[in-house]
Design a protein around this ligand. Structure first.
Ligand SMILES: Cc1cc2nc3c(=O)[nH]c(=O)nc-3n(C[C@H](O)[C@H](O)[C@H](O)COP(=O)(O)OP(=O)(O)OC[C@H]3O[C@@H](n4cnc5c(N)ncnc54)[C@H](O)[C@@H]3O)c2cc1C
Length: 405
């Protein structure tokens, strides 16, 4: 419903029950061939984002290879509604060495179980309601009416060799497939969408060069690969049924409980690294920028609650939808200057210490996707902007810097 409403508000032409059957490239244009029950048609657009899932017919047609491997083990995922069990804060990994289980708490009585299938299991039989009730019984009593979904799946750890072919870009599972253990598959797809959308929009508005679109793969692919590999490694720990491996694993994990920070690190999955772009639309940081501030570059800007004339809001509400410059103008004041299209100069009072490192005299340049592209002092401003604006000439105009400066 949220997506439908959003699409309607933005006048997006949504077509259901429509299959994309092929592409044709022409200079500056892609023709997508469509098929519906009524017949065939064509759609001409400057770009195509192929978000057609793990099996991605687009990826196949474009001849883009998938690198990586597929697991031998299969899993059954079960979604239960009206669960009477008090939900845990975090997912439970039952690495019991016999039938590994992952239990993911949901909201409003929803609970997800994922059981690894054993060699003797029959895929069709195990997905029957009576078998599901038995599988879940050690964890809770459920009736067949509480089963919302049951699906057997095989996990892959694979990534597309390229994210772009001509004017077609792979996004989401079409670009990367990972086992579910780190819960990062959909996250990675959403990050892809947030990254590529503003770049395509900038090119279409004539603000950026087409080369900006190439930074999508430069920025997103390395982190997606990291998540694919990490999910695979977690899976190896969770899925083992070898007595030797499970004994070593269990002893090591129990020992980690003696060291509280290590336990917290593991239990809260703090080993999940957030994206950090060192290449793409980011400028190298000059030496006169303090190190803690330099650390912001290439990462999402923190979102402290700030006080505006209209009350308390998250910082991103005052950043606008385009580029913005954020600078400290007092011990607890930030000046947010939207560049280019929208927004107005806002002085906000910061209400927590997330941006406390940002002292007077240093500015953060924030991209439309809220990643920090540059951090600079007055002396380094021109060079930082020039580097960040390599593919976005309009940024130089908006910031009052010209290429001939
Ligand atoms: C059983 C299971 C449980 C999961 N649980 C989680 C979870 O808890 N957390 C998480 O983060 N991720 C989870 N995932 C992964 C998550 O579902 C995917 O990462 C996510 O759905 C990928 O989104 P996507 O839009 O890239 O692709 P998809 O959701 O696969 O969407 C692709 C769409 O493209 C359409 N399509 C395909 N070909 C064409 C064509 N030729 N023309 C037109 N349309 C086409 C398909 O019909 C589909 O609607 C799970 C996956 C599975 C299988």
């Amino acid at each position: 419903d949220v997506l439908l409403e959003g699409a309607q508000e933005r006048d997006i032409d949504l077509r259901f029950n429509t299959e994309a059957t092929g592409f044709q490239h022409a200079p500056g244009l892609v023709t997508t061939h469509l098929r519906t029950a009524e017949g065939t048609s064509e759609l001409r657009t400057p770009w195509v984002l192929a978000c057609d899932g793990g099996k991605s017919p687009s990826r196949e047609r474009l001849g883009i290879p998938l690198e990586g491997s597929t697991q031998e083990e299969k899993w059954i995922v079960l979604d239960i509604v009206d669960s009477k069990v008090t939900p845990e804060m975090f997912a439970d990994f039952h690495c019991n060495g016999t039938r590994p289980v992952v239990i993911v708490p949901g909201v409003k009585g929803r609970r997800r179980y994922e059981f690894m299938l054993l060699p003797e299991d029959d895929e069709a039989t195990i997905a029957e309601p009576a078998s599901i009730v038995e599988l879940v019984r050690p964890y809770e009593e459920v009736s067949t009416e509480q089963i919302r979904r049951a699906a057997v799946y095989t996990a892959h750890q694979r990534i597309a060799g390229e994210y772009r072919r001509g004017r077609v870009l792979l996004v989401g599972d079409a670009a990367h497939l990972m086992p579910p253990f780190a819960g990062q598959a959909l996250n990675a797809g959403m990050r892809d969408a947030a990254n590529v959308a503003w770049k395509i929009a900038s090119v279409l508005r004539g603000e950026a060069l087409e080369t900006l679109v190439d930074t999508y793969e430069v920025e997103r692919r390395p982190h997606a690969k990291q998540m694919v590999d990490l999910s695979h490694r977690i899976g190896q720990v969770v899925m083992s049924t070898s007595p030797v491996v499970t004994t070593i694993r269990d002893v090591a994990l129990s020992a980690s409980g003696i060291v509280p920070p290590l336990k917290k690190y593991l239990a809260e999955m703090r080993f999940l690294s957030q994206p950090h772009y060192s290449d793409g639309v980011v400028a190298p940081v000059a030496k006169d920028v303090p190190k803690p501030v330099a650390e912001f570059v290439g990462r999402p800007i923190p979102q402290p609650v700030v006080t505006t004339a209209d009350g308390e809001v998250r910082l991103d509400r005052v950043l606008g939808t385009g580029w913005a410059a954020v600078a400290a103008v007092g011990p607890d004041q930030l000046r947010v200057t939207p560049l280019g299209r929208d927004g107005a100069l806002v002085t906000v009072t910061r209400r927590d210490d997330l941006l406390k490192e940002l002292g007077p005299g240093v500015t953060l340049l924030v991209r439309p996707d809220r990643y920090v592209a540059a951090a600079y002092t007055g002396a380094g401003q021109r060079e930082a902007l020039r580097r960040a604006a390599r593919d976005i000439p309009a940024l130089l105009e908006w910031s009052g810097t010209t290429t001939t400066d």
